[in-house]
Design a protein around this ligand. Sequence first.
Ligand code: SF4
Ligand code: SF4
Length: 185
Amino acid sequence: MFNAPFNAPFKARLDLEADCASCCGLCCVAPGFAASADFGLDKGPGEPCPHLDDDFCCRIHARLRLEGFQGCVAYDCHGAGQKVTQQTFAGRDWRAEPEIADQMFEAFMVMRQLHEQMMYLNEGLKLSPPAPIRRDLEMQLEDLERVTGLDPERLVEVDTAQSRRTVDGLLVRLSSHVRSRPAES
Ligand code: SF4
Ligand code: SF4
């Protein structure tokens, strides 16, 4: 969660890094949090954090740790926020159009899972796996990318637990290959 105005142009790409300037503050609204060492208050799902400003910036961005919100500093949507805002909902936002809010938040929670899985696959590819594993990682990455382009109605129906199991299986294969590599001298 960062602090940036909601007005920057969005560039469609395989973007696995948050671009808060192109997002309507979805991580500050969609998930629910119980007060803890990481988040200083109780907040229900779909309830805007009281620190979220009208322009979708965080009012306490400069002092998140001091105020007891270090979880916000560590949080990463892996690019899900701007994709839901700009691609799935074509630049609309939940505040201007409350009637789309529930679906937008639900879509964000699904997209967040998909982007996290894509991030893991992408990191796996950086380890230069052998061709069969590389091919399967790339195929799954392409499949997930395609799924993230679904319209809101279909996106919220996606079974992220199933894709998580597939990704976990691939990463286990990759991990056992990496561990069996001879150590570099
Ligand atoms: S959902 Fe992602 S892009 Fe949007 S404000 Fe949060 S961290 Fe930034
Ligand atoms: S404290 Fe700031 S960054 Fe954290 S949820 Fe609230 S508005 Fe978002």
